[in-house]
Design a binder for this molecule. Sequence first.
Ligand SMILES: Cc1cc2nc3c(=O)[nH]c(=O)nc-3n(C[C@H](O)[C@H](O)[C@H](O)COP(=O)(O)OP(=O)(O)OC[C@H]3O[C@@H](n4cnc5c(N)ncnc54)[C@H](O)[C@@H]3O)c2cc1C
Length: 478
Amino acid sequence: MLAHRLGRAGRRVLAIEAGGRATLPAVADPPLWPTLSGSTLDWRYATVPQRGLDGRVVPYPRGKVLGGSSVINALAYQSGHPAAYDRWPAGWRHGDLLPYFKQAETFSGGGDAWRGGDGPLHVLSLADVHDRTPVASAFIAAAQECGFAMTPDIGGAVTTGVAWNQLSIKGHARDDAATAFFDSLGGSDVDLLLDAQVLGLVIERGRCLGVRLAGQILRAEGEVLLCAGAIDSPRLLMVSGVGPADALRAHGIAVAVDLPDVGANLEDHLLLAGVAYRARRAVEPSFYNHADALLYVPHAQADESPDHLIMCLSLPFVQPAVGALPPPAYTLVPCLMRPLSRGSVRLGSGDPMAPALIDPNYLSDPSDLESLVTAVALAREIGGAPAFADWRAEEVYPGRLWDDSAARHDFVRRAARSFHHPVGTCRIGAVVDTALCVQGVTGLRVIDASVLPGLPAAMINAAVTAVAERASDIVLGR
Ligand SMILES: Cc1cc2nc3c(=O)[nH]c(=O)nc-3n(C[C@H](O)[C@H](O)[C@H](O)COP(=O)(O)OP(=O)(O)OC[C@H]3O[C@@H](n4cnc5c(N)ncnc54)[C@H](O)[C@@H]3O)c2cc1C
């Protein structure tokens, strides 16, 4: 969307993308989103072995396609609790970003003080449809039985409580950064170079002059805007000599700027797959992203952002390390929204084509483990509520295992997997300044999830979109 906004304002923009256009039919079909991970549209990364997850290597999909990860993601689109943004530096707090959340979207419920009514990206609230999967209605009722209020618009004045999901969908098809910003508004404002992998940035005497591709250098007339995401933006900075000096020298890379925080402070949400139930009868499939309803658990302090999200999935969703569960089944998925564990993105070599070493360092902070135990207990309480009586044959996972307190940590470690929300590896205040300019380099900004100074209390696509919207105003000098 950044390239598009700049192009529309009359700037000459060349957008360079390693992938091509999204040609797989599954991209448009929301329930098929899980098939996109591991497909030709995915960089197919994986973490290094995670000590906190019994040494497991965790798949780490990232979109390699025009539109990036918004083309392969699970479509959930929500900004989350304002307090999460209010911990960010001045200029990037919720009040600063709210106009940009609104500017980006057309919300199915219409525009108001919180929502946009005429932006490029279409956001569908499942409150506004009639074909939601019935097991999600049981979840809404069960959460209310457990004392949680129903929230009509989870992106409105109240961002916690139990609610229908909201998704980046137009009609019945996925809307993403490519369809919303390039296609529907006319991508001709921007020159596109597809299937072109950037190998590095050309930095001389503290100035970024352009980018290096295989066999050629492209010189920028103005600025270089690096938007390769939370994994590849720090990787490209490091292979170009911007990063922790000792680590760069160890890989034979000439140091342009010693910037120790490049690649540090990787934050990611964890989810558990999951608290799973064998159903008494067939569970109707979702026409959307399988999680038609969810609960943002209010924090004990009303003005704080939630620690936990619990999603209701209308299918069995169980990490293989936990076990198997054939249909008919449904799953409650506890998610850790304020992890304290921090990881890193590092180079494994000086080869500009080599993938980075991704280490989210999951559950390295012991309080994350305890927090997930709390979230599982709450999910089980909701799953055991009367409203689920018609559906629930048996809680299969964790089931009786949970009675043994020593086994609870073990279950959490085996059920945990990435929610695919990496942020923070070029964060504002450490790697880039509040105008998103890389410290110590002129002519270079980073504008993507890597600059987020912390995780929002929701999935990250809306936050990244709003940050990019505001960044386009900054680049344009508005
Ligand atoms: C499986 C999955 C499910 C998700 N589900 C949700 C969800 O439901 N809701 C939500 O809010 N978020 C979700 N996310 C996260 C979210 O969509 C992304 O994290 C977010 O879009 C990140 O945006 P970004 O611009 O920082 O990076 P990206 O969107 O990843 O864009 C980076 C782009 O840079 C390109 N690139 C990288 N390296 C190079 C190079 N060397 N040369 C040229 N081009 C390069 C990539 O190909 C890509 O197009 C999900 C992510 C995944 C992977």
